[in-house]
Design a protein around this ligand. Structure first.
Ligand SMILES: Cc1cc2nc3c(=O)[nH]c(=O)nc-3n(C[C@H](O)[C@H](O)[C@H](O)COP(=O)(O)O)c2cc1C
Length: 175
């Protein structure tokens, strides 16, 4: 197993659960983005964030910009449906925040339940302005109960697959 630093940002706990699952699978070192330093002494860093306005939350965006020359795995939780244009575009936004010469090894996403207050706002919007694009998007409803056990299992599998991929690149880099 390679040496992984797992950095996450989480306000309501969804991304933290995914980060813990990733970390457990690769026996990594888990740290909150608020406490994260450059990943010295690690082979790679996995960075987990929650979606804010269609991209990584601001604390994570700032952390990503501090990384350079690092192997990176990205994971995100969001209200939007998986593989939606919204959630996939967010990976590009996160990657664009990275400093020089980073290699994105792999990405993982799953839904994360939005807080009740936000759900109530969306329900009100849906009732009052059904044509509003935010009201049309149903992700906030589908996100209820996520991340669930299947998401966390998928996160562990993602971690193991990405660790294998990292080994391949490290071998190639050192050849
Ligand atoms: C202020 C705010 C903005 C959000 N913006 C988005 C967004 O742009 N797209 C999205 O899919 N989800 C959005 N969400 C939903 C969160 O990204 C989602 O619930 C996530 O799992 C929260 O992660 P956490 O529990 O680790 O804090 C937003 C939630 C909040 C509270």
């Amino acid at each position: 197993m390679n040496r992984w630093l797992v950095v996450y940002s989480s306000v309501t706990g969804n991304t933290k659960k995914v980060a813990e699952a990733f970390c457990e699978a690769v026996n990594g070192t888990l740290v909150r983005v608020e406490d994260a330093k450059e990943p010295e002494g690690f082979d790679a860093v996995a960075v987990g964030y929650w979606l804010w306005r269609g991209g990584p939350d601001p604390k994570t965006a700032a952390y990503l910009s501090r990384l350079s020359g690092v192997n990176v795995a990205l994971f995100e939780t969001h209200a939007a449906d998986n593989r939606s244009e919204h959630s996939v575009t967010a990976f590009a936004r996160a990657a664009a925040c990275l400093g020089k010469d980073c290699r994105v090894l792999n990405v993982f996403e799953c839904q994360g339940q939005v807080p009740e207050a936000v759900r109530e706002k969306r329900a009100k919007l849906e009732a009052e302005k059904p044509a509003d694009p935010h009201a049309k998007s149903q992700g906030w409803k589908n996100s209820i109960g996520h991340p669930d056990e299947a998401d966390l299992m998928a996160a562990r599998e993602f971690a193991l697959r990405t660790d294998k991929k990292l080994s391949y690149f490290l071998k190639k880099d050192n050849a």
